[in-house]
Design a protein around this ligand. Sequence first.
Ligand SMILES: [Zn+2]
Length: 74
Amino acid sequence: MINASFAQDCPACSRKLHVRVAYLGRRVTCQHCQAEFIAAESSSHLMQPAFLRDSLVQRADDLLRRLEIQAEYA
Ligand SMILES: [Zn+2]
């Protein structure tokens, strides 16, 4: 099941790529044009809703910023 892959169009060259499910949400490189993009399957139940993922990233950013501020005053 880990070896499953899905098709995704490269956002740079629009060619169809086969991306392993294990790389979902990670930075991958197009084998045709070497463009880097985040692997995301648009039409699958496997994918997290974008708003949920964005809010998690936002929360991580806020936390990091807070830690930086604390470090300055430490
Ligand atoms: Zn490409």
